[in-house]
Design a protein around this ligand. Structure first.
Ligand SMILES: Nc1c(N[C@@H]2O[C@H](COP(=O)(O)O)[C@@H](O)[C@H]2O)[nH]c(=O)[nH]c1=O
Length: 386
């Protein structure tokens, strides 16, 4: 089989895996494709967290022994992190498939290659790292979860060419075009939760649901960061406190918030997390721990600039999505997404790693893991007054 054929079949397995988009947390999305005589004869994917090993389901669906010379493509190695080390490996060896091609290894370093080695011991020929970057990228949320036992904190920004998120007047709808905004809906469907700051909630009154053509509107958990519960002081409450999904809304506040406002929200059916205040700052590590305790494996922060800047200042942002539209404002008073750092030297710049680029209409998406410099100086004056 040529390299290009191997990649073509692995793409079939990847497309299969993506059918489980947003449905497998905290488990990984996984896809498999069995190839006989140059044709895919059966595929399988994980559609829920507790699916039995997909290798078992794949051979059950085939309903007979694979032909001699067949090859099995797996986007993820059967390993302890996906609970497939025993069942998956056994199913493959018992099936008699002689050749297994794997995309990503088990994401936990001490488990990597255990599945591949067990297959080899069982007499199966194994080839690894086919489209490894795509296969690893597919599970950026569950990989982070099994590696760190912590949710991944990701932020999204939609900016002009000069890095602005709104005009000086505050007007921001829309900077990016419809195809890029549709792609945001896809990520909203994947992440188990979305978060916004109180300012964004009051200014934009967003719905924070995933609306994809041909699919039912979907709503994950919705977090609002509101230290003093100013969003509960408004005469008319924001939509996400009153809509049909309001029991998916959690307001994250501090013990400085008024108990009357907490009661008002709880009466509406909205959940409230009261976190202890540390130096009057939003206690992100406490929030992270609380998410981990309730099994929330990822948070997609959609602004505003204060909330995401504070995540950066405290080194709590793990991943960043930047959509960039081909427009320029050229106005110093237009709003920037990230603010409040004193970056004197390029060596102090924050850099994205494992960067991926995608194009949506005229806009570009650049996304990657956030890598912090050794030294990060915060300009304390920027967010000091309110
Ligand atoms: N202006 C701007 C964005 N703004 C974001 O979209 C949110 C609206 O959410 P919803 O009401 O659920 O559609 C809003 O709160 C803000 O976070 N997003 C983008 O992709 N591109 C854009 O140009």
């Amino acid at each position: 089989m040529t390299q290009s054929e191997k990649e073509t079949f692995m793409r079939v397995a990847l497309d299969e895996a993506r059918k489980g988009w947003g449905c497998t947390h905290p488990q990984a999305m996984i896809g498999a494709a069995l190839v006989e005589d140059g044709e895919v004869v059966v595929t399988a994917y994980n559609d829920q967290p507790s699916s039995p090993a997909l290798e078992t389901r794949l051979f059950e669906a085939l309903g007979r022994k694979p032909k001699e010379g067949s090859s099995l493509f797996l986007t993820l190695e059967p390993g302890p992190s996906s609970n497939r080390l025993e069942a998956g490996v056994r199913a493959i060896i018992e099936s008699g498939v002689g050749y297994v091609l794997i995309g990503a290894s088990d994401p936990v370093a001490e488990h990597a290659n255990k599945g591949a080695d067990a297959l080899k011991e069982g007499g199966v020929k194994v080839e690894r790292r086919i489209l490894i970057d795509e296969c690893e990228d597919l599970n950026l949320i569950s990989n982070y979860w099994v590696q760190n036992r912590s949710p991944i904190f990701a932020a999204k920004s939609a900016t002009t060419l000069d890095g602005k998120i709104a005009c000086r007047s505050g007007e921001s709808k829309w900077i990016t075009g419809a195809p890029a905004r549709q792609n945001v809906m896809k990520w909203r469907r994947l992440f188990p939760s979305i978060a916004v700051g109180a300012g964004t909630l009051v200014e934009d009154d967003p719905r924070l649901t995933s609306r994809i053509e041909g699919e039912e509107e979907w709503c994950g958990m919705r977090f609002v960061f509101d230290g003093l519960l100013r969003t509960a002081m408004e005469r008319y409450l924001p939509s996400i406190y009153t809509d049909d999904f309001r029991d998916n809304t959690i307001v994250v506040t501090t013990d400085a918030a008024g108990t009357g406002y907490i009661r008002r929200l709880e009466t509406e059916g909205v959940n409230v997390w009261v976190l202890p205040v540390e130096n009057m700052k939003v206690p992100f590590p406490v929030f992270r721990k609380r998410c981990a305790d309730v099994g929330i494996t990822g948070v997609y922060f959609e602004g505003g600039s204060r909330l995401v800047s504070e995540l950066l200042h405290t080194r709590e942002l793990d991943y960043h999505f930047n959509y960039r539209a081909p427009i320029m404002l050229g106005d110093d008073k237009a709003k920037s997404v990230y603010r409040g750092l004193r970056t004197e030297k390029l060596s102090q710049a924050i850099r994205l790693e494992k960067v991926r680029h995608e194009v949506f209409g005229d806009d570009q998406l650049m996304r990657g893991f956030v890598n912090y410099p050794a030294r990060l100086d915060v300009d304390e004056t920027v967010f000091s007054n309110g």
